[in-house]
Design a protein around this ligand. Structure first.
Ligand SMILES: Nc1nc2c(c(=O)[nH]1)N[C@H]1C(S)=C(S)[C@@H](COP(=O)(O)O)O[C@H]1N2
Ligand SMILES: [Mo]
Length: 230
């Protein structure tokens, strides 16, 4: 357990970050689209069940760049750095000692399949970002994977409560092919915004495009706007 001083510092940092982005986070289409483009009965967040153009799958397809990096837990680390006061490097033990969150959310792949109701367990991205005390000019995040993959999101998206660093899916350790030991999930954005085999969370002062964003995928990636390609 953290000392009182450390805990107080982290709580203060979290409150500051939340206050700074509250309005922006609630205004994004992914959180509360005034006119969501989807089908089916209203579901979580008052959205239709399925974003337009998606079909439900029970299977979980695998998409990667052709390599699945195997990182032994003894060598695994996660770096959180960039535009912040206290860059951090977590090893496996330190990561697992952080507060754990259980959530159930949907997974929407831009290649038109969606998985409903996936049970996840992991650490809130907002928590580790608050811990490094982002500078006031930090506004964007780049997620990096051990395979060299990158994907960018606004800080306001990254700190949503359902954006997690997950190590468990479907009540089992996250399989290598799905990004184990740890990946990011972004339930309110298309799934390419969640880096598998995540190695680094980089805070940025200006937006930079990640791997698919550079190759014509939408920078914003809102499933509820059918916002797939730029
Ligand atoms: N590191 C890494 N993360 C990645 C990818 C990748 O190639 N490398 N592919 C992305 C894409 S395009 C999608 S749709 C999802 C797929 O996750 P899955 O293979 O677990 O279904 O992971 C995303 N995260
Ligand atoms: Mo994808």
């Amino acid at each position: 357990m953290a000392s009182d001083d450390k805990l107080e510092r982290v709580v203060q940092a979290r409150m500051k970050l939340r206050a700074r982005f509250q309005a922006e986070s609630h205004a994004t289409p992914s959180m509360a689209d005034p006119n969501p483009q989807g089908v089916g009965p209203l579901n979580r967040h008052g959205m239709p069940q399925l974003p337009v153009g998606q079909v439900v799958t029970k299977k979980w397809p695998v998409l990667d760049l052709g390599a699945q990096p195997q990182v032994a837990l003894e060598r695994w680390k996660l770096v959180i750095d960039g535009a912040c006061a206290r860059p951090l490097e977590l090893d496996w033990r330190a990561f697992n000692a952080l507060e754990q969150t259980d959530d159930v959310s949907d997974f929407h792949c831009v290649t038109t399949w969606s998985r409903f109701d996936v049970p996840w367990r992991g650490v809130r991205v907002a928590d580790v970002i608050a811990d490094v005390e982002p500078r006031d000019d930090a506004r964007f995040v780049m997620f990096h994977g051990y395979d060299g993959y990158t994907t960018n999101v606004p800080l306001a998206e990254a700190i949503k409560a359902d954006v997690l660093l997950v190590h468990t899916a479907d009540h089992k350790p996250l399989a290598l092919e799905h990004g184990g030991p740890v990946r990011v999930i972004t339930p309110q954005l298309y799934a390419w915004k969640g880096a598998k085999w995540v190695s680094r969370i980089e805070l940025m002062t200006s937006d930079k495009r990640g791997f698919w964003e550079e190759r014509g995928y939408s920078n914003t990636a809102y499933p509820w706007r059918n916002d797939r390609y730029a």
